[in-house]
Every structure is written in C-alpha cells, then in structure tokens.
Design a protein around this ligand. Sequence first.
Ligand code: GTP
Ligand code: MG
Length: 367
Amino acid sequence: MSEQYICIGCGVKIQTEDKEQIGYAPKSSLEKEEIVCQRCFRLKHYNEVQDVNLTDDDFLKILNELGKRDALIVKIVDIFDFNGSWLPGLHRFVGDNPILLIGNKVDLLPHSIKPNKLINWMKQEAKELGLKPKDVFLVSAEKGQFINEVTSAIDEYREGKDVYVVGCTNVGKSTFINRILKEVTGEGDVITTSHFPGTTLDMIEIPLSDGKYLVDTPGIINHHQMAHYIDKRDLKVITPKKEIKPKIYQLNEGQTLFFGGLARFDYISGGRRSFVCHVSNHIDIHRTKLEKATDLYERHVGEMLTPPRKEQLDSFPPLIKHEFTIKEGKTDIVFSGLGWITVNEPGAKVAVYVPKGVHAMLRKSLI
Ligand SMILES: Nc1nc2c(ncn2[C@@H]2O[C@H](COP(=O)(O)OP(=O)(O)OP(=O)(O)O)[C@@H](O)[C@H]2O)c(=O)[nH]1
Ligand SMILES: [Mg+2]
C-alpha cells in the first residue's frame, strides 16, 4: 500500500496525478523530507493563490472532530476585527473542552492602549457573546509580543493533552504556531501563511515533546467579513500591516465620510463633534456633504472612491444603510473587517453604509 503524504504547509493530502486539483506535488518531491504542495509553493514564492473548491461544510466537518477529542482549545481572534473574526457557537464544535481566548495582531493597535484594559474588554465581550474561556491573552504572532506568556499558559492549561488552534480565516493561527515553533526549535515559517483567507486546508499536527500535538486547523469562513467582497488584490489596502494611526474628524451635522468606496458614514444629528477613525492607513477617507453623498458615490465609485475596482463593480454588492443612535459615551461604530469609528459622547445619530452582507454594529469602545 502506498504511503499517504501530507503537505507540511497547509495540511492537504498530497497527490501526484492532477495538477489542477489541490494537493498536487510532482512525484520527485516525494523523496524530500518535507513535502510542500504546488499551491503552498506558489503562495510562498510568488504570493499567488490558487483557488480551491472546498466549501464551508468541508471545514466545519474538520472542526466537528474536536468535540470528540480531549484537548485544550486555543481560540484566536483578530483584535483589529474582533467582532468580524469571532466564531459564533464554538461550543458546538469543541464540546466541553477548555478554551483559551487569544487576541492576535495587537501590534496593529495604537501603542497608547494598555494591554490590561484590552484584556478586560475582551473578557467582557466574550461573556456577552456567551464564551467562558479559562483565560484571555493578547499577542502579536508576527512580532512575537507576549508569545512567551501565552506559550507558558498553554503548557499549563493543556495538562498533558493535545492543543488545537482554531478561529476564522486570516486571524493568524498559522503565524502563531510558526512563532511558537521558532521560539522552541529556532526553525522559521514551517506552515504556509498568507493574507488570503483560507490558506490552511486541513489539520497540521506538530509533535510536542511529550508525544502530544499542537494542531493548526483551517479557518472557518465568516461570510460577513469585508475581505470576502473585495478583489484579492485589494486585501492589502483594507488589512493594516502596521500600527494604525487614528484619524480625527471634526464633523458638523449633515456631513459624510467615505472609506474608499467600501463604506460610508453619515453624521445626521448631535451638534459639532469629533469622530476618531481607526482604519488601515491605506484607506482613503473622503469628506463630503450628506446631501451630495449618494450622487458622489454613484459617479465616483471605482475611480476616486476605491476599492472596489472599476472592473469589479458589476459584482460588488450595493451599500446598505444601518442607522444608529449613540446612547452611551465611548462607543465604537464597527464596520466589520474595515475598522471602526470611536465616538466619545452620547447623543449622536448616525447612519453607516456597508456592502450588503457585511456587518455593522455598535460596541463599547475598545480604546
Ligand atoms: N500585523 C499582524 N499581522 C499578522 C499577525 N499574525 C498574522 N498576521 C497576518 O495575518 C495574515 C493571516 O495569517 P495566517 O497565519 O495565514 O492566518 P490563519 O488564521 O492561519 O489563516 P487561514 O489558514 O486562512 O485560516 C497574514 O497576512 C499574516 O502576516 C500579527 O500578529 N500581526
Ligand atoms: Mg492558517
């Protein structure tokens, strides 16, 4: 019987027959110690992604296994897109297994934010969302911030069991595991990572010193995230790479902000006040009069207001209006996957427009 090889980059089963299907690797590569599929090779060397035909159900099936295993679950969220990257109903997959909650990409938030405050905020949000984690941490998998603390905590909480790292796509699960590996073994970038959602395709088991495993899992797709509606080439625009610089706008009633052509914010009433925008530094914010906004959008989306790209407009969903009245001080108006606007005083009436399917909401301010 032939041996089953697994791609060390994404976890997919290796096949050598069909170049067009996932898991393809040339026969010659089977002799290597570490086998990487063609898709991972291209991602790593050319930053090009080959589409796969796996569905949500395929990924859910993989995660459903977790309920049957006795393990520690490490749930990762992207702190820049906390609500968008939240996996609802995690208990359905993981059964009674203990959970650690980790907010990744803390390097993107303004340095002035105190980590402890953020952790308390995450604890509160987790409670409201019905999750009871054993503990909550912040990290930067990419920069290595707080990695030692988290690694020790994992080792303690796992009580000699396997560890599964779960979360929605793109939160940095694979980067996190690579970082731990680097700290422990000195080996860099074993697992394939990329800014395209859906990089990891199956479970990847990394052996631990006691014979147990640290396991990377494919991300669950949250369809209400902005990333799924834009051209792949524009992911770089909406995803911050560096600390975001808050931009303060003093607005009068009847003024509008556009975030590229991806979102619109109308300030309806509440007197002159300031709005602090937390979005990727690469997003152009365009200020205009509310009464002119609809017309401006129709004329300039795909040109001055971009992304989306002009050639993509036929398939880009229309912007849908959500109205909010801000009842409490220090509230964030969240555009799932794009960022948020912080309002310090109650009493403002606003309208938020996001592509149909993308979530918009209010939350207690993170900062
Ligand atoms: N700024 C910042 N970016 C990060 C961090 N960790 C991961 N990223 C970036 O986030 C993107 C996704 O990282 P991955 O590790 O591939 O995410 P994943 O959760 O494994 O994604 P899937 O395999 O698709 O489920 C990549 O562009 C990473 O460089 C971090 O700590 N800070
Ligand atoms: Mg991954």
